[in-house]
Structures are given as structure tokens and as C-alpha cells.
Design a protein around this ligand. Structure first.
Ligand SMILES: C[S@@+](CC[C@H](N)C(=O)[O-])C[C@H]1O[C@@H](n2cnc3c(N)ncnc32)[C@H](O)[C@@H]1O
Length: 333
């Protein structure tokens, strides 16, 4: 019995010992677990801090990303605009290049034209210079010839003046005194007579020579002025000289009643009615178709082809002009 007790005791002791040892180990385990838990907590805190940091970084990154996205969108839309503008510019550049090329072609053509025209201008200038030289030479020739003409005219005039004094022996008093026909009436008389360049005009009683000078100047025909008064002849010669028609006009001092009128085509008169009638026998010797024009006075017994009236502002008077054509038409008695 004792043995059993001892064994039991021993066994209880062993169990207690073992429990004790077990308890000691559990405490150690617990301490170890607490320490590890502490360590884990510290680790967790660290991780949380890291997480926080990462979150903040992520938020920052998100913000940056948003900004960049926004900028990117803006840039994208700008890119669209720029791309469009770029494309438009490309089209414009193409058009401009085309225009420039055609302008180059035109410029080349224009240059060629300018060169050609320049050449022509040079040639024309030279031609013109040659013509100008020629004109100068011709002007000098004309001047010389005019000088000669004037000399001849003067000689002729002087000769005529000499003739006048030579002829002056058989002078007598004029049948009618000198009264000049107004220029407008002279013009009308010549117009009515339908003067041609080939006509020969006689003015019977020529006064200062205005009718013959006008006929020669206006129609280029030949004309002779006759007057019995030496003073009128001198005035007529001076008029001829002044108007440079000495090559067409002659002035002679003669009594008109002594003249042969058969060579004349046109007779002009400013005399008196009775003197016109006295001239009829001479006028009847005119060639057929010859014209007679008389200022203010008719011809009794002879029917005129025309009688016109004209007012001159030189004297404000009305003047009548008569026209007859050879052969004369006698009015039956
Ligand atoms: C009225 S004036 C005309 C002048 C000019 N025929 C005219 O119409 O202007 C007449 C002219 O006839 C001239 N005369 C007069 N009787 C003449 C005659 N028998 N022979 C030549 N002339 C004469 C005069 O000297 C005068 O100059």
C-alpha cells in the first residue's frame, strides 16, 4: 500500500511538475505571441503609413493625370484646328505655287515682249531721228525756196509797179470811185460763181485786189485784177505780195472797156448799173459756161440766173448779188 501511495504521490508530483513546466512554457509562448503581436502591430502601423503615403501619391498622380488629360484634350482639339489650318494652308500654298508658276511664265513673256518692244523703240527712235534730220533738211530747202519765191514775187511786183508807171500814160478818171466789197459778200460772190482751180477770174475794177486775192487763196485758181486808178493798182499789188499769191494773181492798170474777156471763165463786178450794161458787148464774147457775178447792181435787159441777198456786219447793210451764165439771156423787148 505504501508503494502505491508513493507511486501515486510521485505521479501527482510528476503531473504537477509537468503542469508547472507546461505552464512555464505557455507563459513563454504567450510572451512570445504578445511580442510578435506587438511587432505585427508596429508592422501594421508602418504599412498603414505606407498605404497613406501611397494614397496621397496616388491622389497627386490622379490630379496630375486629370490636369494632363485636360491639357491633352485641349491640345487634341487644338491639334484638330491646327491640322485643318495646316491643310488649308497646304491648299493655299498649292494654289499660290500654281499662281507663282503662271506669274513666272507671264513675267518671262513680258520680259521677252519688253525686250522686243525696246528693240522696236530703239529702231523707231533711230528712224524718227533720221526723219527729223530729213525734216530739217526739207525745212531748210523750203525756206530757201520760199526765199526764192518771195524774191521772184517781189521782182514780179516791182516789174508790175514799173509796168504800172509805164502804162500810166493812158490813164483817165475812173468811171466809178473805189468802194470795197465787204469780205462776206466777196466770199458769197465767189461761192455763187462755183469757182474751180482751173478757172481764170477777172475782176473788172479790182480796187484793193480783195476779190482776186481771195479767189486765189481759197480756190487756188489764177486771177487778174484790172483797175484804171494807179493808186488802186499799187494797193492791189501790195495785197498780192502780203498774201503771197503772186504766182497766181496779176494786177494790171487798164481801162476795163478795152479788154478782151474771151479767156476768162469768171467775171466779177462792183461798178454801176449803167457800166454793167456798157460791158454787155464784151461779156457776150465770154466762153459758154462762164459766170458773171455782180455786187449790188443788175444788168438791164439781161435776166440773171440768180439774185441773192446777204447782210454784212462790216456795214450792217443788205447787199445783193447777181449771177449770170454765158451765153447771156436777153430779156425780150
Ligand atoms: C466800187 S470799186 C470796186 C472794187 C473791187 N472790185 C471790190 O469789189 O472791192 C470800183 C473800182 O473800179 C475802178 N474803175 C472805175 N472805172 C474803171 C475803168 N474804166 N477801168 C478800170 N477800172 C475802173 C475804180 O478805180 C474802183 O477801184
Amino acid at each position: 500500500m505504501n508503494g502505491r501511495k508513493v507511486t501515486l504521490k510521485f505521479m501527482v508530483l510528476l503531473v504537477c511538475l509537468l503542469t508547472l513546466v507546461g505552464c512555464k512554457n505557455a507563459a513563454e509562448e504567450r510572451d512570445k505571441a504578445v511580442a510578435e503581436a506587438e511587432k505585427a502591430k508596429a508592422e501594421l502601423a508602418k504599412v498603414k503609413a505606407i498605404i497613406e503615403e501611397i494614397r496621397s501619391e496616388r491622389d497627386e498622380l490622379k490630379e496630375t493625370l486629370d490636369t494632363i488629360s485636360e491639357n491633352w484634350e485641349k491640345a487634341s482639339s487644338e491639334l484638330v484646328v491646327f491640322t485643318q489650318a495646316h491643310d488649308d494652308l497646304l491648299v493655299q500654298v498649292k494654289e499660290l505655287t500654281k499662281e507663282r508658276d503662271s506669274a513666272i511664265v507671264q513675267a518671262k513673256d513680258a520680259k521677252a515682249q519688253v525686250e522686243r518692244l525696246g528693240k522696236q523703240l530703239k529702231e523707231k527712235t533711230e528712224e524718227l531721228r533720221a526723219y527729223e534730220e530729213w525734216v530739217k533738211e526739207l525745212q531748210a530747202t523750203i525756206k530757201g525756196l520760199e526765199g526764192q519765191v518771195e524774191k521772184v514775187d517781189n521782182q514780179w511786183t516791182e516789174q508790175s509797179a514799173e509796168e504800172v508807171s509805164e502804162q500810166s500814160d493812158d490813164t483817165r478818171e475812173p468811171d466809178v470811185h473805189f468802194v470795197p466789197t465787204p469780205q462776206v459778200v466777196v466770199d458769197k460772190m465767189l461761192e455763187l460763181a462755183k469757182i474751180k482751180k482751173t478757172d481764170l477770174v477777172y475782176d473788172l475794177g479790182c480796187g484793193d485786189g480783195r476779190i482776186v486775192v481771195t479767189a486765189a487763196k481759197r480756190y487756188g485758181c489764177k486771177a487778174i485784177g484790172y483797175d484804171i486808178d494807179p493808186q488802186r493798182v499799187k494797193e492791189s499789188l501790195e495785197n498780192v505780195r502780203k498774201n503771197a499769191v503772186g504766182h497766181l494773181v496779176r494786177i494790171e492798170q487798164k481801162d476795163i472797156f478795152t479788154l478782151d474777156l474771151s479767156k476768162a471763165n469768171v467775171i466779177t463786178l462792183y461798178l454801176l448799173p449803167g457800166l454793167n450794161v456798157e460791158l454787155i458787148p464784151q461779156l457776150e464774147k465770154l466762153k459758154p459756161g462762164s459766170r458773171i457775178v455782180s455786187h449790188d447792181f443788175g444788168m438791164e435787159g439781161i435776166s440773171p440766173d440768180k439774185a441773192v441777198k446777204i447782210t454784212s456786219n462790216e456795214d450792217d447793210d443788205e447787199h445783193e448779188i447777181y449771177l449770170w451764165t454765158s451765153p447771156l439771156k436777153k430779156i425780150p423787148d
